[in-house]
Design a protein around this ligand. Structure first.
Ligand SMILES: C[S@@+](CC[C@H](N)C(=O)[O-])C[C@H]1O[C@@H](n2cnc3c(N)ncnc32)[C@H](O)[C@@H]1O
Length: 378
């Protein structure tokens, strides 16, 4: 590519903010109820490939990466409601202008649009400009003071967002910045939060000559990751429980036999931290003979698999909850005293859960006695 992908993307979306670029449009159906308040000039410049907003909940703080004309933010603003908040980030001034001009027309007051590059959500161009206007940098001391100020005013703070969404943007980020992008998503999401990302992925690796084609790159095609690599990028950044929420059967584009299609993926943050013994177990329901989680635990179907308190808590929530039965100890382990070795694949002895002195005698004969000549009750 004669020009850097980021310049090609900037040029392309400056044009796309001003007039509709139909070749950038991938058909998506949104909930029509949320579209009513969105101005036509935004709806006409819909360059998404999925609908991550369909997975949001009331009250969430949402960050939309590459917010473009603002459509996903305007839908998200209605879903999260007055107790939630939505932040859209885009690097393109024309797209930001389009979104900011449309915002008052929607009547929503829980949304803001910020300028920034999504692979570096610490850098804060508006704050940098504001500071420099008041404190011109003339000496090394000034430069240090600027750096300190910017460190204290990141565009998006650590652990500050419930859900990161993005619609057809990650593929546009240059290859050398893609892992930083996933790390940034992980950094800004709070523990227990998640990412819901719609993006274009491909079924075969994209060859160099297609990656070097600025038209294909900025057109959301040749910057796409192969679908397995796309999912792995989340786990490499520290996410867990990654799952595909939607995968289009039909490719959006096919170039030199390579299929490019839309995928919506959800990934969770919050498995880091120490492992403590709580004498708990989980029983995997099946139907597979065993499952392996993102930490390499291999959990066979139907056995009392020993887990630490943290894993027990994680499995009790989305996305795992429906896969297991949960076995609590008879006497809860209140304090975090005994480290639990999460590297082991251990079966929890029933006596460990119940306690070695467990002895409750049940009189099965009473229950199974026929009543008044009827069939036995169990
Ligand atoms: C295909 S459009 C999608 C816009 C919007 N998400 C939608 O659904 O219509 C891509 C948008 O991502 C922005 N973008 C691309 N790369 C970016 C980057 N590295 N940092 C910030 N914004 C970026 C572009 O400026 C453009 O507005």
């Amino acid at each position: 590519m004669s020009m850097h992908p980021e310049s090609a993307v900037k040029d392309r979306y400056s044009e796309a903010a001003q007039s509709l670029q139909s070749e950038l449009c991938c058909p998506v159906s949104y909930n029509p109820a949320y579209l009513k308040i969105i101005p036509d000039e935004v709806l006409e410049r819909d360059y998404g490939c999925g609908d991550p907003s369909a997975h949001l909940r009331e009250g969430e703080t949402v960050l939309d990466l590459g917010s473009g004309g603002g459509k996903i933010c305007f839908i998200a603003g209605q879903v999260v409601g007055p107790t939630g908040r939505v932040i859209g980030v885009d690097m393109n001034p024309e797209m930001l202008a389009l979104a900011r001009a449309a915002l008052p027309k929607t009547g929503l007051d829980n949304i803001e649009f910020l300028e920034g590059r999504i692979q570096d959500l610490r850098s804060n161009p508006a704050e940098t400009a504001r500071y420099l206007a008041q404190h011109p940098v003339k000496t090394a001391q000034d430069a240090l003071a600027l750096q300190r100020h910017l460190d204290a005013h990141p565009l998006v703070a650590d652990d500050s967002v419930d859900t990161v969404v993005s619609n057809c943007v990650l593929n546009l980020v240059a290859g050398e910045h893609k892992s930083a992008l996933f790390r940034e998503m992980f950094r800004v999401i709070r523990r227990g939060g998640r990412a819901v990302i719609s993006d274009i992925v491909c079924d075969e690796a994209v060859p160099q000559h297609l990656r070097e084609n600025p038209e294909l790159w900025s057109g959301c095609v040749s910057g796409a990751l192969r679908e397995d690599a796309f999912l792995r990028a989340f786990t490499d950044a520290g996410f867990y429980g990654v799952r595909i929420l939607k995968r289009d059967d039909e490719p959006w584009r096919t170039v030199e036999g390579i299929e490019f299609r839309s995928l919506t993926v959800e990934a969770f943050k919050g498995k880091e931290g120490p492992c403590w013994e709580g004498l708990q177990a989980v029983v995997y329901r099946g139907p597979f003979a065993a499952v392996i989680d993102d930490d390499g635990h291999c959990i066979p179907r139907g056995v009392r698999y020993a887990v630490c308190k943290k894993t027990f808590g994680l499995y009790g929530r989305e996305p795992y909850r429906d896969q297991f039965f949960f076995v609590e100890p008879l006497h809860p382990v209140e304090h975090d005293e005994t480290p639990f070795d999460c590297k082991q694949d251990a079966i929890r002895d029933p006596r460990a859960t119940k306690g070695a002195d467990y002895d409750v005698t049940t009189d099965a004969a009473v229950c199974c006695e026929p009543t008044d000549g009827d069939a036995p009750c169990c």
